[in-house]
Design a protein around this ligand. Structure first.
Ligand SMILES: [Zn+2]
Length: 132
């Protein structure tokens, strides 16, 4: 199994744990750090909708809790035609992505498109103090 296949399968598996009783839109995310560690997250909705957390946010939180700070590659999976990261998550990924971060957007059958961070969030807001 390739590294990308492994990341896809991890994202697909964690998607099954999503808590999405309001939208019924399950999303999974799996990221790999430069040292090869994989972290996952799924969307967690709330009766107060803005409190909800995206799958990408859950994966980033797990990575930070695990002591890592950089994302080399990520797979996001949903059952939409193109379940690409929302605007807020694009900024979240910009904060922790390596300069070569690739985000693969998948449906249940496999990766559909792959994006660089510059494609997802051109002219991103950034401060010099990040990634310390
Ligand atoms: Zn999001």
């Amino acid at each position: 199994m390739s590294d990308l296949d492994e990341l896809f399968e991890a994202a697909k598996a964690v998607r099954e744990n999503a808590y999405a009783p309001y939208s019924n839109f399950l999303v999974g995310a799996a990221l790999r750090t430069p040292d090869g560690t994989v972290y996952t997250g799924c969307n967690v909705e709330n009766a107060s909708y803005p409190v909800s957390v995206c799958a990408e946010g859950g994966a980033v939180s797990a990575m930070i809790a695990g002591g890592r700070r950089l994302i080399a590659e990520m797979v996001v999976i949903g059952d939409a035609a193109l379940c690409s990261p929302c605007g807020m998550c694009r900024q979240r990924l910009k904060e922790f992505g390596t300069d070569h971060l690739v985000v693969h957007v998948a449906d249940l059958n496999g990766v559909r498109r792959s994006f660089t961070m510059d494609e997802l969030l051109p002219a991103a807001f950034e401060l010099e103090m990040k990634k310390g």
